[in-house]
Design a protein around this ligand. Structure first.
Ligand code: KMH
Ligand code: ZN
Length: 277
């Protein structure tokens, strides 16, 4: 059997829901995001999953806010940048696709694509099929690859439906977001089912939510996959102890992955592994 490839760490740095009331360490401005991203890179991150905020901390998908954050990050380090198209619950498709209007040097390396509707705490993250097709079309038109975000089991199959229509290339890269209240839980059987559902040659990451974050990142390392950590999904380094930035969660994920025998991927290695071109 061949050795597992290097382990790709993604930092979901900002999110749309985490607040400064939950943690004072949440980066909000472009400079704060870039500073934390540079520290994440030193700790082993290959890619950042990016949301942006207005000055008052509210969630936004505004292209100019993304442009400023992308430029600030790229001025500091060479991490791959994956922009969100999920945004926050309730946003319109045009709003969600703000970062997909960035071209040239500001173009993101990748963008998320959630392939189905799901309960999201007490809210609903709406992703009806026509909307999913439209976002897939815009990602394709920009010439970048999607990360298929799966909050529930049926979302893997929806990517195959998109592939049949020529809107997604398979094998794709998937992110299993496990443990959102109302969606699929963070358990080993759930992860095994998802891995078994993937088309041959797919790559995958696990994003455990809340207390599941670091254990799921470690389980992914043990199973040959990749891990996502960061303040979007979890603010604690350990029970009751806030992470002092995204970088501190990356340090811990890298330590756990190395303990499972995995080398940590550089951005260039991640680009090749995830076929980003
Ligand atoms: N904020 C969630 C409603 C994504 O970034 O693509 C959706 C989300 C997914 O975070
Ligand atoms: Zn997100």
């Amino acid at each position: 059997m061949s050795a597992a490839p290097p382990y790709v760490i993604t930092a979901a740095m900002v999110g749309a829901e985490t607040s400064r009331e939950q943690t004072p360490y949440l980066p909000i401005t472009a400079q704060e995001i870039a500073e934390d991203a540079a520290r994440c890179r030193e700790a082993g991150v290959a890619m950042v999953h990016l949301h942006v905020r207005r000055e008052d901390g509210t969630a936004s998908q505004d292209a100019e806010l993304f442009r400023a954050a992308i430029r600030a990050i790229r001025a500091r380090c060479d991490v791959l940048i994956q922009t969100s198209t999920g945004g926050a619950v309730g946003m319109s498709v045009d709003e969600r696709c703000g970062p997909l209007t960035l071209t040239g040097a500001d173009r993101p390396d990748m963008a998320t694509l959630t392939t189905g509707t799901v309960n999201f705490g007490d809210d609903v993250f709406h992703n009806p099929r026509p909307l999913v097709k439209e976002i897939a079309r815009r990602i394709q038109a920009l010439g970048i690859r999607p990360e298929i975000e799966c909050f529930d089991a049926g979302m893997v199959e929806q990517a195959e439906w998109l592939a049949i229509q020529g809107l997604v290339d398979l094998p794709a890269h998937y992110d299993f977001v496990l443990g959102v209240p109302g969606a699929l839980g963070a358990s080993e059987p759930a992860l095994d089912f998802l891995i078994d559902s993937l088309p041959a040659g797919s790559t995958w990451t696990v994003a455990g939510v809340g207390r599941h974050q670091l254990p799921m990142a470690e389980l992914a390392a043990a199973k040959g996959g990749n891990g996502r950590v960061g303040l979007e999904d979890n603010v604690f380094l350990s029970k009751g102890v806030l992470a002092k930035g995204n970088w501190e969660l990356v340090v811990e994920a890298a330590k756990r992955a190395r303990a499972r025998g995995r080398e940590i991927a550089t951005p260039q290695q991640a680009r090749e592994l995830l076929r980003l071109g």
